[in-house]
Design a protein around this ligand. Structure first.
Ligand code: OFO
Length: 161
Protein backbone atom coordinates (compact mmCIF):
# COMPACT_ATOMS: atom_id res chain seq x y z
CA UNK A 1 0.00 0.00 0.00
CA UNK A 2 1.20 3.48 -0.86
CA UNK A 3 2.26 5.56 2.17
CA UNK A 4 0.23 8.61 3.09
CA UNK A 5 2.77 11.36 2.28
CA UNK A 6 3.41 9.85 -1.13
CA UNK A 7 -0.35 9.50 -1.61
CA UNK A 8 -0.68 13.22 -0.95
CA UNK A 9 2.01 13.94 -3.55
CA UNK A 10 0.15 11.82 -6.12
CA UNK A 11 -3.11 13.60 -5.33
CA UNK A 12 -1.31 16.93 -5.77
CA UNK A 13 -0.05 15.68 -9.11
CA UNK A 14 -3.54 14.64 -10.22
CA UNK A 15 -4.71 18.16 -9.33
CA UNK A 16 -1.84 19.69 -11.33
CA UNK A 17 -2.78 17.58 -14.38
CA UNK A 18 -6.38 18.79 -14.12
CA UNK A 19 -5.07 22.35 -13.79
CA UNK A 20 -3.07 21.87 -17.01
CA UNK A 21 -6.16 20.41 -18.67
CA UNK A 22 -8.28 23.43 -17.69
CA UNK A 23 -5.53 25.84 -18.69
CA UNK A 24 -5.22 24.32 -22.17
CA UNK A 25 -8.98 24.19 -22.62
CA UNK A 26 -9.24 27.88 -21.70
CA UNK A 27 -6.42 28.61 -24.15
CA UNK A 28 -8.26 26.61 -26.84
CA UNK A 29 -11.44 28.66 -26.48
CA UNK A 30 -9.49 31.90 -26.33
CA UNK A 31 -7.65 30.95 -29.53
CA UNK A 32 -10.95 30.00 -31.16
CA UNK A 33 -12.40 33.40 -30.23
CA UNK A 34 -9.44 34.99 -32.06
CA UNK A 35 -10.08 32.94 -35.21
CA UNK A 36 -7.17 30.51 -34.72
CA UNK A 37 -9.12 27.28 -35.10
CA UNK A 38 -6.06 25.11 -35.80
CA UNK A 39 -4.16 26.22 -32.69
CA UNK A 40 -7.40 25.85 -30.74
CA UNK A 41 -7.90 22.28 -31.96
CA UNK A 42 -4.31 21.41 -30.95
CA UNK A 43 -4.84 22.85 -27.47
CA UNK A 44 -8.13 21.00 -27.04
CA UNK A 45 -6.38 17.72 -27.91
CA UNK A 46 -3.71 18.54 -25.36
CA UNK A 47 -6.28 19.39 -22.72
CA UNK A 48 -7.80 15.92 -23.25
CA UNK A 49 -4.34 14.36 -22.92
CA UNK A 50 -3.76 16.04 -19.56
CA UNK A 51 -7.11 14.85 -18.28
CA UNK A 52 -6.12 11.36 -19.36
CA UNK A 53 -2.87 11.69 -17.37
CA UNK A 54 -4.93 12.62 -14.31
CA UNK A 55 -7.18 9.58 -14.66
CA UNK A 56 -4.24 7.23 -15.25
CA UNK A 57 -2.67 8.50 -12.03
CA UNK A 58 -5.95 8.23 -10.15
CA UNK A 59 -6.43 4.64 -11.40
CA UNK A 60 -2.88 3.81 -10.27
CA UNK A 61 -3.42 5.33 -6.84
CA UNK A 62 -6.60 3.30 -6.41
CA UNK A 63 -4.88 0.10 -7.55
CA UNK A 64 -2.19 0.69 -4.90
CA UNK A 65 -4.78 0.94 -2.14
CA UNK A 66 -4.67 4.74 -1.95
CA UNK A 67 -7.54 7.17 -1.91
CA UNK A 68 -8.11 9.69 -4.67
CA UNK A 69 -8.89 13.13 -3.25
CA UNK A 70 -9.63 15.70 -5.91
CA UNK A 71 -8.57 19.12 -4.72
CA UNK A 72 -9.24 22.70 -5.72
CA UNK A 73 -7.83 23.35 -9.15
CA UNK A 74 -6.00 26.68 -9.62
CA UNK A 75 -7.78 29.39 -11.58
CA UNK A 76 -6.51 29.95 -15.11
CA UNK A 77 -6.18 33.26 -17.00
CA UNK A 78 -8.92 34.23 -19.44
CA UNK A 79 -6.79 35.89 -22.08
CA UNK A 80 -3.29 36.30 -23.46
CA UNK A 81 -1.51 38.90 -25.60
CA UNK A 82 -0.48 36.67 -28.50
CA UNK A 83 -0.29 33.09 -29.75
CA UNK A 84 3.40 33.06 -28.80
CA UNK A 85 2.55 34.12 -25.25
CA UNK A 86 0.08 31.22 -25.00
CA UNK A 87 2.66 28.64 -26.03
CA UNK A 88 5.33 30.17 -23.79
CA UNK A 89 2.89 29.95 -20.90
CA UNK A 90 2.12 26.30 -21.68
CA UNK A 91 5.84 25.49 -21.89
CA UNK A 92 6.39 26.97 -18.42
CA UNK A 93 3.41 24.95 -17.14
CA UNK A 94 5.01 21.77 -18.52
CA UNK A 95 8.35 22.61 -16.88
CA UNK A 96 6.61 23.02 -13.54
CA UNK A 97 4.82 19.68 -14.00
CA UNK A 98 8.14 17.99 -14.86
CA UNK A 99 9.66 19.21 -11.59
CA UNK A 100 6.69 17.87 -9.61
CA UNK A 101 6.98 14.46 -11.28
CA UNK A 102 10.74 14.32 -10.62
CA UNK A 103 10.01 14.97 -6.94
CA UNK A 104 7.50 12.10 -6.82
CA UNK A 105 10.07 9.71 -8.31
CA UNK A 106 12.65 10.83 -5.75
CA UNK A 107 10.14 10.48 -2.93
CA UNK A 108 9.14 6.99 -4.14
CA UNK A 109 12.81 5.91 -4.22
CA UNK A 110 13.30 7.20 -0.67
CA UNK A 111 10.22 5.22 0.43
CA UNK A 112 11.41 2.16 -1.52
CA UNK A 113 8.02 2.18 -3.25
CA UNK A 114 9.25 0.74 -6.54
CA UNK A 115 5.79 0.40 -8.08
CA UNK A 116 5.21 4.14 -7.70
CA UNK A 117 8.73 4.91 -8.88
CA UNK A 118 8.24 2.74 -11.96
CA UNK A 119 4.82 4.19 -12.77
CA UNK A 120 6.01 7.81 -12.53
CA UNK A 121 9.21 7.16 -14.48
CA UNK A 122 6.95 6.78 -17.54
CA UNK A 123 5.79 10.33 -16.91
CA UNK A 124 9.42 11.50 -16.61
CA UNK A 125 9.86 10.26 -20.21
CA UNK A 126 6.52 11.74 -21.22
CA UNK A 127 7.58 15.14 -19.89
CA UNK A 128 10.77 15.06 -21.97
CA UNK A 129 8.53 14.66 -25.05
CA UNK A 130 6.06 17.30 -23.92
CA UNK A 131 8.68 19.94 -23.16
CA UNK A 132 10.30 19.23 -26.54
CA UNK A 133 6.92 19.45 -28.28
CA UNK A 134 5.89 22.77 -26.71
CA UNK A 135 9.46 24.06 -27.02
CA UNK A 136 9.60 23.39 -30.76
CA UNK A 137 6.31 25.23 -31.32
CA UNK A 138 7.62 28.19 -29.29
CA UNK A 139 10.83 28.20 -31.38
CA UNK A 140 8.90 28.18 -34.66
CA UNK A 141 6.57 30.93 -33.50
CA UNK A 142 9.57 33.05 -32.49
CA UNK A 143 11.41 32.41 -35.77
CA UNK A 144 8.40 32.79 -38.05
CA UNK A 145 6.81 35.81 -36.41
CA UNK A 146 3.27 36.89 -37.25
CA UNK A 147 3.58 36.01 -40.94
CA UNK A 148 4.01 32.30 -40.07
CA UNK A 149 0.85 32.16 -37.96
CA UNK A 150 -1.66 31.13 -40.69
CA UNK A 151 0.63 28.31 -41.86
CA UNK A 152 1.25 27.06 -38.32
CA UNK A 153 -2.45 27.30 -37.52
CA UNK A 154 -3.18 25.02 -40.47
CA UNK A 155 -0.39 22.60 -39.50
CA UNK A 156 -1.37 22.29 -35.85
CA UNK A 157 -5.00 21.90 -36.87
CA UNK A 158 -4.06 18.50 -38.35
CA UNK A 159 -3.36 16.96 -34.93
CA UNK A 160 -5.24 13.68 -34.61
CA UNK A 161 -5.36 13.11 -30.82
FE1 OFO B 1 1.80 17.71 -19.93
O1 OFO B 1 1.79 16.98 -18.25
FE2 OFO B 1 0.74 15.60 -17.97
O2 OFO B 1 1.97 14.60 -17.13
Amino acid sequence: MIKSKLQQAVNDQITAELWSSNLYLQMAYFLMSQGWDGFAHWMKCHSDEEREHATRMADFLTDRGGQVKLQTVNLVPEGWGSVLEIFEHSLSQEKMVSKMIDKIVLHAIEEQDFATENFFRKFVDEQVEEEALFGSIVDKLRMGGDSALPFMDAQLGKRRE
